[in-house]
Design a binder for this molecule. Structure first.
Ligand code: DAH
Length: 339
């Protein structure tokens, strides 16, 4: 009888513990612990046992019954917690909510414009080089034939780190770095960030991008410069875009020309961006001054060259019809999401 009771206790324990839901648990309870359950049947037959066995088996039966009751209660609580947890998850997951579109990043309009500009020059056989944003005085001014007291070198215009180190205010120093390391022919464009102590307004920023170009070879003429830039402008803005060259001055070019393009925003009629002139100045250019070529050891009897430097923001403003340069640096998602 004792063995039977123990075997039954073990069987019931397993059934209770393995019950996967409340229904299975209830079945186990009925089978083992119910009024007509197996434990009850055994208890009822205790009366027929010999006298000395009765109390021992009786006590055991009581103990088994108590343990199983306890186990049952414990398992019941476990299952109820599981159900509650599952319901909580289901409630948190509302499948009727509208989907959330993931935010996808894209190229900034300024860099997208720069990519397009570079692409055109790659097609014309130029290669891309880059120079440091933190530059030496020598590459920034001296090697570019700046006279000793030029306003561009003034602290009013340039951010100095110390007497010799500064944030470049133009990409032209890259010309020197390239020519120092390479003999002609040279045909490069150099994109990059520049810095000036400008007061920020709709057309000026302390940080801006330039694209520099340099070509040095035998028999290079001013007509090559103008022709190349005209092809570039048309590729960029289409045949309705015209280019205007006006005499200008830069220490590192002679002769020098200011480059202006038809204001695409107003179609040359005059607007806020072009200051009602119909033209937008985009940069400077010219024939590389022989002094500069000599400084890097080029033979000026044999080689001539031209160079240009243009403001990328100006091109991006024309490209997208944007009338305030500050928008490019605002980080404003309402602005950026439009491109
Ligand atoms: N570096 C000049 C500037 O920032 C632009 C420029 C003018 C670049 C003439 C050139 C050039 O390469 O030949 O104002």
């Amino acid at each position: 009888m004792e063995d039977k009771l123990k075997a039954l206790a073990e069987e019931a324990r397993q059934a209770i513990q393995q019950a996967a839901d409340e229904q299975q648990l209830e079945q186990a309870r009925i089978k083992y612990l119910g009024r007509r359950g197996q434990l009850h049947q055994i208890t009822q037959s205790i009366g027929q046992l010999p006298d000395q066995q009765r109390p021992v088996v009786g006590q055991l039966a009581n103990k088994v019954s108590q343990q199983l009751d306890q186990l049952f209660a414990q398992r019941q609580e476990e299952l109820q917690t599981q159900v509650a947890e599952a319901e909580r998850v289901v409630q948190a997951l509302d499948v009727t909510l509208p989907g959330r579109a993931p935010r996808v990043g894209k190229r900034h309009p300024l860099l997208a414009t720069l990519d397009e500009m570079i692409e055109i020059f790659l097609g014309l056989g130029f290669t891309v080089v880059e120079g440091p944003e933190i530059e030496n005085y020598y590459y920034s001014f001296e090697a570019l034939n700046y006279p000793e007291y030029h306003p561009a070198m003034d602290e009013q215009m340039t951010f100095y780190i110390n007497d010799d180190v500064l944030l470049r205010s133009q990409t032209s120093p890259v010309q020197i770095r390239v020519m120092e390391n390479q003999s002609p022919p040279v045909r490069i464009v150099a994109p990059g960030r520049c810095f000036r102590r400008d007061t920020v307004d709709a057309t000026h920023c302390h940080t801006f991008y330039q694209l520099e170009g340099l070509l040095v070879d035998e028999s290079v003429t001013f007509a090559d410069l103008k022709g190349t830039l005209e092809v570039f402008a048309r590729e960029m803005f289409g045949p309705q875009c015209h280019m205007r060259f006006r005499p200008d001055f830069f220490p590192f070019t002679e002769p020098s020309a200011e480059i202006a393009l038809t204001c695409i925003i107003c179609g040359g009629e005059g607007c806020r961006v072009c200051g009602d002139t119909g033209w937008l100045e985009v940069g400077g250019s010219g024939m590389v001054d022989p002094n500069v070529l000599e400084m890097v050891g080029y033979d000026t009897e044999k080689y001539t060259g031209w160079a240009f430097g243009v403001g990328v923001e100006r091109f991006a403003m024309l490209r997208y019809g944007i009338d305030d340069i500050r928008l490019f640096y605002s980080g404003d998602m309402r602005f950026l999401a439009q491109f």
